[in-house]
Write a protein that binds this ligand. Structure first.
Ligand SMILES: *Cc1c(COP(=O)(O)O)cnc(C)c1O
Length: 434
């Protein structure tokens, strides 16, 4: 399987090249040159398979001519080594908990797979791979924990000082080994600008083998398809044959993976794109006009994206036809006030505590059921554990959030982070001397 650029289908590269370069030179995004179809018998019998078996089947359909079967099987098993349960809230509504990985967010699926793939391709004796990441919170933790201990790699994370939650900061700054953190006296955009400048800097590129780990990397998209198939398998065991997925969306990588799974043969009744007031996609589906906007800060801050980078992939999957996207994707947006009401409603109705992103996906299910008079199975994706966003909850709810053992283990560990300003020369100097 080769991967082409969404800007130019004649620009085709191997999976390895797509992984190490993240983005084609023409600034498109990589997509598989064809969408492989999973066999009907696999889909019909999917309830008999485990998450890792499903993950291998899906990965193999895309990558079997790129990575030998036994290696791919091992990679997938190591990457998807935690559960993704579809927890029933009532007889036909399920919350798909994607936060049982090391950083307590769904990004662990992508980051772990990417780190294993990169580690796999790095042969002994090759130059150390330097991964640079800018993060507003969740990406950095997933990448740090994903690459922790992966031989021949080193990760440098830039995060905005004072703008990530305490648990997120612990995940970024206490790991040590091959993970380094820098707190930048600025915003997430400043962090991102520094990383971009580093990638463009000739001297740094001569000295270091730099690579990015951001969410546009194709090796992050592929593993995110696994849990859609696995969720379907879980529902099928309960007798459901079709499902609606509601996906809290920012950069649209998560829902993009769901739509790829659908195109590979997963039976899905409808996808719901659930956003906060950064509603570029809901507006597009309403008006047909795609107008990116600067992002606005919300409670669901991992979805504060005004120009969703993965949207081009979704348009590519639907042959650039807005009408075809609209048939399969409904969209809803919610304000911070509504998000908070959603959190309270889920708690009072189901005694369940959802993070703000998850609550938005729940609200979108409710809206969709009402609009479409839909009473079938609905799964909303829980993209992070509530403990990562402690400030959002009313105190009586915050007190009920159970802190997972992995988080407790980081408590009290020394913070290791250097502090830098927003000037590129300072960052460059740091990279050269550390
Ligand atoms: C990254 C993230 C999202 C948004 O996912 P996209 O793939 O960018 O749409 C939603 N929720 C949480 C908790 C996240 O970390």
């Amino acid at each position: 399987m080769k991967f082409y650029s969404t800007n130019n289908k004649d620009l085709r590269v191997s999976f390895k090249d797509a992984v190490f370069n993240s983005m084609p030179v023409d600034k498109g995004l990589y997509m598989p040159e064809e969408i492989p179809q999973l066999s009907a018998s696999f889909i019909e019998n999917i309830e008999q398979y485990s998450l890792t078996e499903i993950a291998y089947e899906v990965a193999s359909a895309l990558l079997k001519d790129e990575i030998p079967a036994d290696d791919l099987r091992a990679l997938v098993a190591e990457a998807a080594n935690f559960d993704a349960p579809a927890v029933p809230l009532d007889e036909n509504t399920f919350v798909l908990e994607l936060f049982h990985g090391p950083s307590l967010a769904f990004k662990d699926f992508g980051a772990r797979f990417m780190s294993r793939i990169m580690g796999y391709y790095l042969k002994d004796g090759e130059q150390l791979l330097d991964v640079l990441v800018a993060t507003s919170g969740d990406t950095g933790g997933a990448v740090a924990l994903g690459f922790l201990g992966v031989p021949n790699t080193r990760v440098t994370i830039l995060y905005p000082k004072g703008k990530v939650s305490p648990i997120q900061e612990q995940q970024l700054t206490t790991l040590g080994e091959n993970i380094r953190a820098i707190e930048i006296d600025g915003t997430f955009d400043d962090c991102q600008a520094l990383v971009k400048q580093a990638f463009a800097d000739e001297e740094l590129n001569k000295k270091f083998r730099l690579t990015s780990a951001n969410s546009i990397n194709i090796s992050r998209l592929i593993p995110q398809t696994f849990y859609y198939f696995n969720a379907y398998a879980q529902l099928k065991r309960k007798g459901f044959k079709e499902v609606v997925f509601s996906v809290p969306s920012g950069n649209f990588g998560n829902i993009g993976a769901g739509l790829l799974a659908y195109k590979m043969g997963l039976p899905v009744h409808q996808f719901i794109a659930a956003t906060n007031v950064n509603d570029t996609v809901p507006r597009f589906l309403e008006t047909g006009v795609y107008e990116a906007k600067p992002s606005v800060q919300t409670y669901a801050n991992a979805m504060d994206v005004g120009a969703p980078s993965n949207w081009v992939r979704i348009m590519d999957l639907f042959l650039q036809e807005a009408a075809l996207v609209k048939e399969k994707v409904s969209a809803y947006r919610f304000t911070d006030e509504e998000t908070l009401e959603g959190i309270k409603a889920i708690h009072s109705k189901y005694n369940y505590i959802a993070c703000p992103h998850t609550a938005i996906a729940y609200l979108a299910v409710q809206a969709y059921r009402k609009d479409q008079d839909y009473n079938g199975a609905a799964v909303f994706l829980s993209t992070a554990h509530a403990c990562k966003f402690p400030d959002i909850f009313p105190p009586e709810l915050a007190a009920k959030i159970e802190i997972p053992a992995s988080v407790k283990a980081l408590e009290g560990r020394a913070k290791q982070a250097d502090e830098l300003g927003v000037d590129f020369e300072g960052f460059k100097h740091w990279l050269e001397k550390n």
